[in-house]
Design a protein around this ligand. Sequence first.
Ligand code: P6P
Length: 339
Amino acid sequence: MTDTHIVTIDRHIIDEERKHADASGAFSNVLTDIALAAKVISRQVNMAGLVDILGRVGHRNVQGEPVQKLDVFAQDVIYRAMDHTGHLCCMVSEEVEDIIPIPEKFPAGDYVLLFDPLDGSSNIDVNVSIGTIFSLQRKVSAAERGSLEDCLQPGARQLAAGYVVYGSSTMLVYTTGQGVHGFTLDPSIGEFILSHENIRIPEASTRYYSVNEAYYSRWEPGMQRFLDELKVGDETRGSMSSRYIGSLVADFHRTLLRGGIFMYPGDEATPDGKLRLLYESSPLAFIAEQAGGAATDGRRRILDIEPDGLHQRTPLFIGSSDLVARAQHHHEVLEETGS
Ligand code: P6P
C-alpha cells in the first residue's frame, strides 16, 4: 500500500512549532506567510518567459547591480505578505539599503525577517534556477519597532532559516533547528507537499566541488592548493566532479542533496568575497549544519560571525563537513607558513 500520508508545509510548521517550548504561534505564522509569498513568486517566475517582465527595470539596487523586474516583484510580494501581520518588528532585504520599518498603521511584533528576495536574478533571462533566501531572528532590543541591534545578530541565534528554489519544480527547504525538511510545490493544488524529510548532506559518495574557477589566479595560495587537491582526489575522498551553476540557491541545493562543497572565496580585489552574510550565508549555514554539514568563511564558523553591517559580505565554504574542514586546514597552513 503506497503511503498516502500527505503533509503540507502548513501542517509541518505547526508540528515543528510544538517542539519549541516557548512557541507562540507567531513563529509559525511567519513561516506560513513566507510559503504563501513563495507561491506567488513561483507563479511569476514560471511565467517570466511568457509575460513581458523580463529585462531590467532600468535602475540599480543598493549593490549597484542592474535590477531585474522579477527582483522588484519578489521584494514587493514578500514585503506586502509580511508588513501587516503584527509578527515582525522590522525587515532587512538585499534590495533595500536601510532597515525596512513596519508601517506605523500596523502593529509590530517580536521577530526580524532578513531575506534576499530573488538571488541569482542575473540568470532569469537564460532560464536558470533562481531562489529566495530567508532568515528569522528574535527581537532582542527594547525598541518596539526594531533597531540595528535586532538585525545585526550572529547566525547562531537564528530561529529559522530557509530558501525557495525556483527550478524544474519549486521547492521550499527550511529548518527551525529540528533538522532540514524540503517541500515541493504541487501547482495543481497550490500546496507545498513534504517531499524531503530530514535531509542529510551525504559525506562519502561521488560529490561535487562548486566554485568559479575563473578567479583562480586571484585566490590566496591556500585556496589554490585546496582546489588543486580536489582535482587530484584521493582514496578517502572518493571521486569528485565540478558543477557550477552561478546561482547560489541552485548550487547550494545540489550540495545539500548530493554532497560536496560550494565555495565563494575572497580574493585580492574582494577579500570578503561576493556573498552577503545576514541573508545569504548565515541562513544557508544554519541549514547546512542542521543537515550534518558545515559552513565557514575559510577560518571561522559562519554562524559565529558577529555582523557589523546589514549588507556585509563574507567568503563562504559550505557543504560536507570533511571538505569544509579541509578548506580550513589549507587556510590555517597559509597563516602558519605565510605561503
Ligand atoms: P560569479 C548571483 O549573481 C550570485 O549573487 C549568486 O547567486 C551566485 O552564487 C554568485 O553571484 C555567482 O557569482 O562571480 O561566479 O558570477
